[in-house]
Design a protein around this ligand. Structure first.
Ligand SMILES: Nc1ncnc2c1ncn2[C@@H]1O[C@H](COP(=O)(O)OP(=O)(O)OP(=O)(O)O)[C@@H](O)[C@H]1O
Ligand SMILES: CC(C)(CO)[C@@H](O)C(=O)[O-]
Ligand code: BAL
Length: 291
């Protein structure tokens, strides 16, 4: 385990050198811990494609607008280290808040622009500035000091986060490739999330309406039928115990809404994005739609 950027750099340099290649590959898997099968899929994807794999565990205060949400965020370091070890991760970077933000929260931050104020950003003000700022720092901390292919792995469950990180890397010339990993779902269809541990059995059953509404949109798109977004919205709003935040069909890259009314059929790839509160817990989910 590495606790400081210097320890991380040294460990990465040694492992890249030990790979014995002209241009070895390095994969970084950023997480906030409380790991589950979704994170395991990220680590496994990185392990399959790289000589050296690093994961980070850091609950980033900068991306929480709600102090209560930050305070109760689950922390399970020992189990996390076991999961990452089993997935074949070489080094875990687990810095303290003081190490990441010496002297307090940073004055200079990455701005997520207009893409960061919609959907998740509308409900969680400044969330994506906090995400991009810490991801920029983590990417710098793990940046290989010798010639290497550098890749970073993010879950498609956080589709807006992936879109924003891709834009940051392109707009600010970060020398890293962003690799999205498909959503991992539990057997009942619920997208795996660290916050699922807060759901009561009844909340969990109620929450299944989210993936059901997304599947309805996906099936309509595949069948070439009109999407009828209002019908999918109706499915969620009719579910007791679930408070819909948004359900929208968008362009996968720009996240601009695409027409999805009762008469609109899909003309290209799209993404259905959803967020809801279930038993006071905010859940997000999404699904790719193909015409
Ligand atoms: N079900 C999942 N499938 C694929 N990737 C996932 C899944 N859940 C989380 N990830 C990815 O794991 C990385 C770390 O996410 P994070 O530690 O915030 O976990 P989380 O389960 O999303 O937590 P949260 O409760 O904050 O939603 C992110 O890139 C995220 O998209
Ligand atoms: C990318 C990330 C690790 C940054 O804190 C976080 O937003 C997450 O876990 O998705
Ligand atoms: N996976 C997103 C991190 C967060 O909810 O803050």
């Amino acid at each position: 385990m590495a606790a400081t950027p210097a320890e991380l750099s040294n460990a990465i340099a040694e492992l890249l050198e030990a790979a014995g290649k002209d241009r070895p590959t390095l994969g970084l898997v950023p997480t906030m811990g409380a790991l589950h099968q979704g994170h395991a899929a990220l680590a496994q994807a990185a392990r399959a494609e790289n000589d050296v794999v690093v994961a980070s565990i850091f609950v980033n205060p900068l991306q929480f607008d709600d102090p209560a949400d930050l305070a109760r965020y689950p922390r399970t370091l020992e189990a996390d280290l076991d999961l990452l070890g089993a997935a074949g991760v070489d080094v875990v970077f687990a810095p303290t808040e003081e190490t990441m933000y010496p002297g307090g929260l940073p004055l200079v931050r990455v701005s997520s622009g207009s893409l960061g104020t919609r959907f998740e950003g509308a409900s969680r003000p400044r969330h994506f500035d906090g995400v991009l700022t810490v991801v920029a720092k983590l990417l710098h901390c793990a940046q290989p000091a010798v010639p290497a292919e550098y890749r970073a792995y993010f879950g498609q469950k956080d589709a807006q986060q992936v879109a924003l990180i891709r834009r940051m890397v392109a707009d600010l010339n970060f020398p890293v490739q962003i690799r999205p990993v498909p959503i991992v779902r539990a057997a009942d269809g619920l997208a795996e999330s660290s916050r699922n541990v807060f759901l009561s059995p009844e909340d969990r059953l109620n929450a299944l309406v989210l993936s059901a509404a997304l599947r309805q949109l996906r099936d309509r798109a595949e069948a070439g039928r009109p999407l009828d977004l209002p019908a999918a919205v109706g499915l969620i709003t009719a579910q007791a115990g679930v408070e819909l935040d948004y359900l929208q069909v968008v362009d996968p890259l720009t996240l601009d809404p695409v027409p999805a009314g009762p008469e609109d059929t899909l003309t290209g790839p799209a993404l259905a994005l959803a967020a809801a509160r279930v038993g006071g817990i905010r859940l997000i989910d999404n699904m790719e739609l193909q015409a």
